[in-house]
Write a protein that binds this ligand. Sequence first.
Ligand code: SF4
Ligand code: FES
Length: 248
Amino acid sequence: MKLTLKIWRQKNAETKGKLVDYPIDGIEGDMSFLEMLDVLNEELIIKDEEPVAFDHDCREGICGSCSLQINGEAHGPDRLITTCQLHMRMFNDGDTIYIEPFRATAFPVIKDLIVDRSSFDRIQHTGGFISVNTSGNTIDANTIPINKYDADTAFEAAICIGCGACVASCKNSSAMLFVGAKVSQFALLPQGKIEATDRVLNMVKQMDEEGFGNCTNTGACEVECPKGISLENIARMNREYLSASLKR
Ligand code: SF4
Ligand code: FES
């Protein structure tokens, strides 16, 4: 395939960015989107030009670092996959592809396509953990009976990889799907009950302080989430928040 790439180039957070055109040829349908960018970067390096900076690590849909806005969609046109799992067969010969970083005030651009998502880490630090007695008397988790619905629902929330596509897809740059998943994965399990009140209050407070917007039930986050995290997690977080507020 022969393609025209329009890629966001930005030297650093202080400078203005712009879209730059890069024609590219010889792209196979079986290549991943990141492999296509690797080909481009090899060509740029040979021409002594600055390669395009983009984030990636596992390249198998686990780490959540490969976050790109492709033709206006977080992680591109396919569903339930990350950018590293996106194949070039989703595009046609002659296509023009717009490649931009995730856009949100709480995700400032570091360089080109890389954004700073440490705001997510700071939210996690305020409540994304449980207290476990590690004195030698730790209870084996398998000895605590948990009904199947709760176990499955907690697991479905726990597969959030913190990629930020929910924020990038939301017109309000809301992080409520992410925070809802992180609250839900513990709220449903007995291990999460100890800090339940502090967890939801502190995580929501930090989310607001980081500058994320509110949820207006549009549902774009659920559509673009590579892990299929359900909007039900936002509803559960709201219930947890209300109940925690009444306890204070
Ligand atoms: S909820 Fe989905 S889109 Fe949002 S950070 Fe988690 S995995 Fe990514
Ligand atoms: S590089 Fe890890 S999820 Fe894509």
